[in-house]
Design a protein around this ligand. Structure first.
Ligand code: BMA
Length: 338
């Protein structure tokens, strides 16, 4: 147990988030949940796989938006509720979004890799949304995880990994995203955009790019909603290496400037988690760890990260915010846009 916290975390005390202490022999900054994968591919009857999903504290427990690819291999997002963040009731049917202007039900082309972010009075959902068959960032909100209102897409295609900041920055909503292409994009950097109203996005700034070699040398993309700390926005992200056997997705972390988040302060040279367990190496897409959500207890600094394993199952990994921040600072590559 940590006796004191080094760094401030802006957030609530959530003493009951999923948690396991660091195993004695574990030297890495992150450690995996003993019960991984916590959500199996077949939790609901029609699902082929449940992965790359988002979770937030809600009422006495947790709510989530889950990527469930069905047995047609159509990509859909479903609502889930849980008392403990580990055992989930996921709806059999996908979320029925209502168009914000007239409350009419919408048929989505496809939807995947959701993130959920509480800002001010509601929960916003962002996801990779099919527009004329091409990926862009869908945006919706809910107050109660019962009714979901869809807003305009944030950007033109092609874009993926749209991740909101949990508060306005300089009076504007703020989002990270990863401009891409139509397919299994062989490039990609993280950009920042802002909006006065959650509809019109602009002031696009470059944040972080892929590196010349190693686990983040093909492309990178934002993961969970950034966590506000005294040391900057803590961003967990994925990075991709192209091996002779295809893409390998690992996890890294960075600290971004609080007021100007397009300025990267530090980012990890080594990965913080890479596909090594069987449920990360074997599945519909082998060798993928893909983080989309985290829960933080501001009181203790405990961090629980939800990530997809091999595009098939949902897993959990743990760390302490203090340890992760120290790790990022002590293992950073030189960053140029401070
Ligand atoms: C990306 C997205 C993710 C997926 C990853 C690995 O392009 O489609 O949903 O986890 O590829 O297949």
């Amino acid at each position: 147990m940590m006796s004191f916290k080094k760094y401030e975390i802006v957030g609530k005390n959530l003493p009951h988030i999923p948690w396991e202490e660091r195993p004695e022999k574990q030297r890495d900054v992150l450690w995996r949940c003993k019960n991984n994968p916590v959500i199996p591919r077949d939790l609901i009857p029609g699902s082929n796989s449940i992965f790359n999903s988002a979770v937030v504290p809600y009422k006495e427990g947790y709510a989530g938006v889950f990527r469930c690819d069905d047995k047609n291999r159509y990509m859909r997002i479903h609502r889930g509720l849980s008392k403990d963040g580990i055992h989930w009731h996921i709806d059999t049917n996908p979320i029925q979004f209502l168009w914000h202007e007239n409350n009419k039900p919408i048929t989505l082309e496809y939807a995947y890799d959701p993130r959920v972010c509480f800002i001010e009075d509601r929960y916003y959902i962002t996801w990779c949304n099919g527009l004329n068959g091409q990926p862009t960032i869908g945006v919706a909100y809910t107050f109660d995880f019962e009714k979901f209102f869809q807003l305009e897409n944030a950007f033109l295609p092609y874009n993926r990994n749209g991740v909101l900041f949990p508060r306005k920055i300089n009076n504007s909503f703020a989002m990270l995203s990863r401009p891409s292409d139509t397919g299994h994009t062989p490039f990609g950097d993280i950009y920042f955009s802002s909006s006065p109203d959650m509809t019109h996005w602009g002031k696009h700034r470059f944040v972080m790019g892929k590196l010349k070699e190693g686990w983040q040398s093909t492309k990178i993309g934002a993961g969970p909603v950034p966590i506000e700390t005294s040391e900057g926005w803590l961003l967990i992200y994925h990075g991709v290496l192209t091996s002779c056997n295809g893409f390998v997705y690992s996890m890294g972390a960075a600290l971004l400037d609080l007021d100007e988040p397009w300025k990267t302060l530090y980012r990890t040279g080594p990965y913080i988690l890479s596909p090594q367990e069987y449920y990360e190496c074997v599945g519909d897409v082998p060798n993928v760890v893909f983080p989309c959500a985290s829960l933080v207890d501001a009181g203790t600094g405990r961090l629980a990260i939800y990530y997809g394993g091999a595009d098939t199952v949902t897993c959990l990994a743990f760390s302490y915010i203090d340890d992760l921040i120290d790790y990022i600072k002590n293992n950073s590559v030189p960053v140029t846009n401070k």
